[in-house]
Structure formats: structure tokens, C-alpha cells
Design a protein around this ligand. Structure first.
Ligand code: NAI
Length: 300
């Protein structure tokens, strides 16, 4: 197999001053991409911005012979997001790849969740990914080329105690991908979602050391890079990547049941058929909402 390269491509990786983003940035740069290393610094909960881990990653890339520029904007405002795109255009003339990776955590149970904790997490993960992608989109449409990656989480796909804000934001990104993939396909813009698990400051206090030793960010980044590759023509996929495990996740529907819609449908009739409704054997997925709704009208 020929080596996958990114020569001539410009990649923005948000939140790439450390953790997964840093690893994505180093890998793409090592394969020839010109990289914008965006990171506003700050602590895990998003407070205290100002140190510049982005500079360290840029130095690492340059020391290895790659090309990179640092950007210190926050993704969580439209102005910050536009600033990131401007950095890319000023330094390298365009944007080909956006890896929406920046993130924070403000975990607490739902009963204790403050609006500030809720808003902060949604602003960074969901709105931040929207703002950055929105600012890059016209350039990608114009160039008829784009690779966009969103970063979800098992907490979003399946839920996690104490993470209602994070789960909401992370599954929202799947919704964003689902419609954006349809709008992007004609312009050769592929939109996919990575669902990683990796050692970082986000996970170091909650997972056993033996697990963390296997879950390096470097085991995740090759999948992100594949999503970012020119030859990768798939769109609308969610891929799990952790510790060498790779798998596709998707939303599916059971075969379900069909009751006569022209006759009254009772609560009890549904209750009686509940096992059939919930039976996931032969479950199916759909390419878009119309296909999904179409299944409701298909009989037998
Ligand atoms: P991390 O905390 O090591 O890195 C996140 C980076 O984003 C930090 O350097 C931080 O300064 C930056 N950042 C935060 N807010 C920002 C903003 N508004 N603008 C720009 N940069 C900002 O965390 P990690 O683990 O590398 O996470 C990366 C992404 O992967 C996040 O979206 C996270 O939710 C996601 N993820 C991580 C998992 C893991 O196991 N580490 C599991 C599932 C998802």
C-alpha cells in the first residue's frame, strides 16, 4: 500500500496543544500537512486560559522538519473560530482539513449542574465545533475539497454518570455530522466522527494505570488521519478508536411492528407488541431522514 501523505494540504487541529490533538497534529505534520496548532491553553475545566502549549507543539513539529503555526484563539466564540481560520489562510492560504478536537470537562451530577457548567461544555464542544466548521465551510465549498472530523465520546453515544452536559454536546456533534455529510458530499467535503478513548489529563484520574498505558493518543491519531486523507471518500461514519481497537458505531432501528394507522391504536396494543418493538435482531440504519421516515410507511 502506498504511504498516505498530506503534502500541500492545510490542517487545523483545535485544542492540539496537548493530549489527542497534539498527537493528531504531529502525525499529520509528519506526513507533510501544514498544520495550525490551535490551543488557548487553560485548565481542564476551561478556566485560566493563557499558557501556550500550542507553541511547544509547533516547536516539536518544526524540529522534526515539518511546517506549523500556532494559534491561541478559543473555539467557543464565532470571533475566535474565525480567528483560527484567518491564521490558516494567512499562513498557508487555505483550509483543507479541520479536526474539531478542543474540549473541556465540567462534570457533576445533573442535580448539581449549574448553567455555567452546562453552557461552558456545550460552548466548547458543540458550538465550538460549529463555529470553526462554519468559518471553514465557505473555503472548502469554494475549493471543492474538505475533510472535517468531529470528536464525540462514548459518554455521548452511550451515556455516563455525571456528564449530562458533555454527553449532550458530544451526541450533538453526531447530529451535526449527519446533516453536514449530505450538504458537503457534492463539494467533495467528507464529514466523519471519531470516538476516541485515550490517556490524557481528561482520563488520567479516572482509569487504571494498566489501561492508560495501552490507550495512548498515538493509537487514535491514525484513524483521524485516515478520515483526513484525500483518498478517504466515506462520509458520515462514526469510528471508535482506542488502544488499537477500531470499530464502527451507528444509530439503528429495530424492524419494529406495523399497526393499522386507519384504526384506533391503543396503549395496550403497543404494550402487547413491546418485545417485538424492542427486538434489535435485523436492525437497520438509514442514509438520511427521508429513508428513515419512509420505513414507517413501508408495510410488511
Ligand atoms: P486535553 O484536555 O488533553 O486536550 C484538550 C485541549 O483542548 C487542551 O489543550 C485545551 O487547552 C484545549 N481547549 C479547551 N478549550 C478550548 C477552546 N475553547 N479553544 C481552543 N482550545 C481549547 O483532552 P483530550 O483527552 O486530548 O481530549 C481531546 C478531545 O477528545 C476532546 O474533545 C475530548 O472530549 C475528546 N475525547 C477524549 C477522550 C479521552 O479518553 N481522552 C474520550 C472521548 C472523547
Amino acid at each position: 500500500m502506498s504511504e498516505i501523505r498530506f503534502d500541500g494540504r492545510v490542517a487545523i487541529i483545535t485544542g492540539s496543544g496537548r493530549g489527542l490533538g497534539r498527537s493528531h497534529a504531529l502525525l499529520l505534520a509528519s506526513r507533510g500537512a501544514k498544520v495550525v496548532v490551535n490551543d488557548l491553553g487553560g485548565s481542564l475545566d476551561g478556566s485560566g486560559e493563557g499558557n501556550t502549549p500550542a507553541d511547544e507543539v509547533v516547536n516539536e513539529i518544526k524540529a522534526a522538519g515539518g511546517e506549523a503555526v500556532a494559534d491561541y484563539n478559543g473555539v467557543h466564540t464565532p470571533e475566535g473560530a474565525q480567528g483560527i481560520i484567518d491564521t490558516a489562510v494567512k499562513a498557508f492560504g487555505k483550509v483543507d482539513i479541520v479536526v474539531n478536537n478542543a474540549g473541556i470537562l465540567r462534570d457533576t451530577t445533573f442535580i448539581k449542574m449549574t448553567d455555567e457548567q452546562w453552557d461552558g461544555v456545550l460552548s466548547t464542544h458543540l458550538l465550538g465545533s460549529y463555529y470553526v466548521t462554519k468559518a471553514a465551510w465557505p473555503i472548502m465549498k469554494e475549493n471543492k475539497y474538505g475533510r472535517i472530523i468531529f470528536t464525540t465520546s462514548a459518554a455521548g453515544l452511550y451515556g455516563n454518570f455525571g456528564q449530562t452536559n458533555y454527553s449532550t454536546a458530544k451526541l450533538g456533534l453526531v447530529g451535526l455530522m449527519n446533516s453536514l455529510k449530505i450538504e458537503g458530499i457534492k463539494s467533495n467535503i467528507m464529514v466523519n466522527v471519531i470516538c476516541p478513548a485515550a490517556t490524557s489529563r481528561m482520563t488520567e484520574s479516572i482509569m487504571p494505570k494498566e489501561m492508560l498505558n495501552l490507550m495512548t493518543p498515538e493509537t487514535v491519531s491514525p484513524m483521524v488521519a485516515l478520515f483526513a486523507a484525500e483518498d478517504y471518500k466515506e462520509t458520515g461514519n462514526i469510528v471508535i478508536a482506542a488502544a488499537g481497537h477500531f470499530a464502527k458505531a451507528q444509530i439503528v432501528e429495530s424492524k419494529g411492528i406495523y399497526l393499522d394507522p386507519t384504526a384506533p391504536i391503543t396503549i395496550e396494543a403497543i404494550q402487547e407488541k413491546l418485545p417485538d418493538i424492542m427486538n434489535m435482531e435485523g436492525a437497520v440504519t438509514f442514509q438520511n431522514a427521508m429513508e428513515g421516515v419512509g420505513k414507517c410507511l413501508k408495510r410488511g
